[in-house]
Unconditional design. Structure first.
Length: 242
């Protein structure tokens, strides 16, 4: 499979404190890659650096091209999209308006296919269609996450980066969100998933990285990581995965 995103020796510092140290990872086209680890491990910082919202050292290549000099807007325009942990919705705007904003860059380019994408998003998230006239700030936690995903999909991403999509959600909603993530892979969207729910993340992903105190501690196919005694004991709450 072709490499879509390649990160080499990425380091990020907050002043004199290095939050991410020489992290390297790869995301292939059509794959789901997860980064798991405890709070404070540097997972969110890693995504922010790839997106360009934080300064970093190292090499980030997307679709074979270095993106270090590109602005956040240019990265989004190339199909690299981040759904942040806080979801960052416009609470005082309707669901429909939030979705339309997700296609802003496409509209500015004169893309005439936006309505079809909106139909696809509503087909994937029927609840958003039901609540399209509702203010985003009045949605439930699960619905807000669906709206954040839907808004990202309006930009027609090639690589979708998800930061803690299950955060604060009830178990049934978490299951629904991860079912959606799996379906997105089937539709051809590549995904880089940062997630504290290691069990769900390893079940849905193809390959995984374990980030601890800003450095990669382990990596490998997700099934192998899930059966690794250290991962099972530290992140899955058991001695091994059967």
């Amino acid at each position: 499979m072709a490499v879509l995103l390649e990160v080499k020796d990425l380091s990020v510092s907050y002043g004199k404190v290095e939050a991410v140290h020489k992290v390297s990872l790869t995301v292939n086209e059509g794959g789901i890659v997860t980064v798991i680890g405890p709070n404070g491990a540097g997972k969110t910082t890693l995504l922010a650096a790839i997106m360009g919202t934080l300064a970093s050292k190292g090499d980030i290549r997307y679709q074979g091209e270095a993106v270090g000099s590109l602005s956040v807007e240019e990265r989004v325009g190339s199909g690299l999209v981040l759904v942040p942990e806080k979801r960052d919705l416009f609470a005082s705007m309707t669901v429909a308006d939030n979705l339309e904003l997700g296609a802003f860059a496409r509209a500015r380019r004169g893309d005439r296919d936006i309505d079809r994408t909106l139909d696809e998003v509503y087909a994937r998230f029927p609840r958003l269609q039901e609540r399209r006239a509702q203010l985003a700030g009045t949605l439930s936690g699960g619905e807000r996450q669906m709206l954040a995903l839907g808004r990202a999909l309006m930009g027609r991403p090639r690589l979708l980066m998800l930061d803690e999509p299950s955060l604060g959600l009830a178990p049934l909603v978490v299951r629904e969100i991860f079912n959606i993530v799996s379906a997105l892979k089937a539709s051809g969207v590549s995904i880089l998933l940062v997630e504290q729910n290691a069990r769900a993340a390893l079940q849905v992903s193809d390959y995984g990285y374990v980030l601890e105190t800003g450095e990669l501690a382990l990596e490998g196919p997700s099934a192998e990581l899930a059966s690794n005694p250290k991962v099972a004991a530290t992140y899955l709450g058991q001695t091994a995965v059967a």
